[in-house]
Design a protein around this ligand. Structure first.
Ligand code: ZN
Length: 339
């Protein structure tokens, strides 16, 4: 009851990459970079285990950014000539690579870190991939000329990597789709279909993470513009409830998401966001337990997973470690309280 997990990313140590940045520069190159990524992965697996989390991940230590990490292994993408593009409906500008030819995987994308993580933990292992719709929103298309066609092309590649991750021993494959909260109609119309294509044939647990983004200023400003009630999830949850995806996340703590929207996810495991990623204030275990209690009004006990609202990547290591501890301690209190 009340398993604990993180959304995915964790801060990179200062010897691995620039800190407090969403697209940090690596501090090493070649073999030393590979070693540093491996060291950071092991460090975070240990930290997640020490905190007492039930599901652990690689903390995305081997990728510069949650979308571009995948794209680096895709043929048909020009990484040399990035262009500035407004992403997430022009919420902020990003330097994005261009799709210039048919897409194909060059080979495995995340074999190294997935196999490393699997070899070093007996806990449930979750591995994250960007979702097709979010990828489409984070590249410049100079080839397909059709969003849906390009999303389905990416979905096929994601599916190849997801099946390989499953073969590596990953227990949960999670696709990150923050774009679902931006293009709600399109998400319900074709985003979920592309997601299901990416998850096709998986027999491990499948999950989708949908959020209001990292705790960066552009996102904080955006959230402040969304008013009293954030009802974005309302449009896509019914489509997800009908889909084959087993776990769905939503932001709760310190968000303006009406908790009753969870009721739209009948039959799904719900990753309830009990840790705020937009603030360095550490949640108390009681606050975490209270948020779980509020979710219990709409989701059966056995279907609640206590989770972070989003990734912790741009935060400080110290804050992230304390938040992991609060998450695990809060779930423990909730297990006692709501037995
Ligand atoms: Zn997120």
């Amino acid at each position: 009851m009340f398993e604990t997990a993180i959304a995915g990313s964790l801060p990179k140590p200062e010897w691995l990459a620039e800190t407090n940045k969403l697209w940090p520069k690596w501090m090493a190159q070649g073999d030393s970079l590979k070693q540093a990524k491996a060291d950071a992965t092991l460090l975070w697996i240990k930290a997640q285990e020490d905190a007492g989390l039930d599901v652990v991940g690689d903390g995305e230590q081997s990728r510069q950014h949650f979308v571009h990490g995948f794209l680096e292994q895709v043929e048909g993408i020009d990484f040399e000539n990035k262009v500035t593009m407004g992403i997430r409906n022009n919420r902020y500008d990003a330097q994005v690579p261009q799709v210039v030819a048919p897409l194909r995987l060059k080979g495995r994308v995340h074999a190294f870190e997935a196999q490393l993580a699997r070899a070093h933990t007996k806990k449930k292992l979750k591995f994250t991939l960007p979702g097709p719709m979010t990828i489409v929103d984070t590249v410049a298309d100079r080839f397909y000329g059709d969003k849906v066609k390009m999303a389905m092309a990416f979905a096929e590649l994601l599916n190849q990597e997801a099946l390989a991750l499953q073969a590596d021993g990953v227990d949960i494959v999670q696709f990150d789709e923050p774009a679902f909260n931006v293009y709600m109609e399109e998400a319900a119309d074709w985003g979920v279909k592309a997601l299901e294509r990416a998850a096709q044939g998986l027999t491990c647990t499948t999950a989708v993470h949908i959020c209001y983004g990292y705790g960066i200023q552009a996102n904080i400003d955006w959230k402040n513009s969304l008013g009293h009630e954030w009802r974005q999830y309302e449009k896509v949850f019914p489509a997800l409830a009908k889909s084959s995806i087993q776990q769905v996340s939503l932001e709760c703590f310190q968000s303006h998401v009406p908790m009753d929207l969870m009721a739209l996810l009948e039959g799904k495991d719900v990753m309830v966001g009990v840790i705020d990623v937009a603030s360095d204030v550490i949640e108390t275990p009681e606050q975490v337990a209270d948020t779980i209690g509020r979710a219990l009004q709409f989701v059966p006990k056995a279907r609640i997973i206590a989770c972070t609202n989003c990734g912790l990547a741009p935060m400080s290591r110290e804050v992230a470690e304390k938040k992991l501890q609060a998450l695990a301690d809060g779930a423990r209190i909730a297990r006692e309280r709501y037995r």
